[in-house]
Design a protein around this ligand. Structure first.
Ligand SMILES: Nc1ncnc2c1ncn2[C@@H]1O[C@H](COP(=O)(O)OP(=O)(O)OP(=O)(O)O)[C@@H](O)[C@H]1O
Ligand SMILES: [Mg+2]
Length: 233
């Protein structure tokens, strides 16, 4: 499969990950279908609400399946968890069934605050880029540091990771240089508050970078963390 898969993961709550995912699914060029995946297991159903699809997603849901509905705004919307409990029982097989019908040209953007969950592996192992969204506070950078370290343990090459800093509350505690030094990674984008006039052009820069990212070869990213050598049995 050569679908373009982009994962968006907030390194801390409320940093704008879901908002960015909804913008990327609209803007990253695609010759095929567009599917946005709500892989947030907290049961808050942000995308069902955003795309006004709660009823459609409920009607087609069977226990343990990932549900897909067509939004009026354009993209297909997949929801992995209607409740917190759904998130705990969602399976990789369920996710694979739900993407099976998509073409090779499809664009898939996954809003995944818990990117290492077993059911997310089909996406993470084939992601062209994993966008790690962080705010420029000490807490934000601390959590981003932990997420990046976990990605390293999973064998995800840093070339597949784009760190993006947001200013959701309209202020920045740390400078770009301080953030880059703490994370030992360059920032791929600094997105000011959405209401700031520089927001659109900065987002365009991120979109161009994601459009140019090479499609992933699934063999490159391990399905298990590198330290975890147990068998599936
Ligand atoms: N640069 C920005 N990028 C993204 N969102 C922004 C930005 N500036 C302001 N916002 C606002 O911040 C809020 C972010 O909420 P959002 O639900 O996207 O965050 P989240 O990281 O997904 O949160 P959660 O942890 O609850 O999933 C939105 O109201 C959005 O309009
Ligand atoms: Mg969110």
């Amino acid at each position: 499969m050569s679908q373009r898969i982009v994962i968006v993961t907030g390194a801390k709550g409320g940093v704008g990950a879901t908002t960015i995912a909804t913008k990327l699914i609209q803007r990253v060029p695609s010759a095929g279908e567009r599917m946005i995946v709500d892989a947030d297991f907290s049961g808050k159903r942000s995308l069902a609400v955003w795309y006004d699809l709660s009823d459609d997603l409920d009607l087609s849901r069977a226990i343990g399946t990932a549900t897909v509905a067509q939004s009026k705004a354009g993209p297909l919307v997949m929801e992995l968890a209607r409740t917190y409990e759904d998130g705990l029982t969602q399976t990789k097989a369920g996710v694979l069934r739900a993407v099976a019908g998509l073409s090779d040209q499809a664009l898939i953007v996954v809003d995944a605050p818990q990117p290492f969950a077993a059911s997310i592996r089909p996406f993470i192992s084939r992601a062209a880029k994993i966008v790690v969204v962080t705010e420029s506070s000490l807490l934000g950078i601390g959590v981003a540091h932990a997420v990046l370290a976990a990605m390293e343990r999973f064998g995800i090459p840093s070339s597949r990771i784009a760190v993006v800093q947001t200013e959701v509350r309209g202020k920045s505690d740390l400078s770009r240089a301080e953030i880059e030094a703490a994370l030992k990674m360059p920032l791929s984008a600094e997105l000011p508050n959405e209401r700031d006039r520089r927001f659109e052009s900065r987002l365009d820069g991120l979109v161009s970078m994601l459009a140019a990212a090479p499609i992933a070869d699934s063999a490159m990213i391990a399905e298990k963390p590198m330290f975890d050598l147990r068998s599936e049995a």
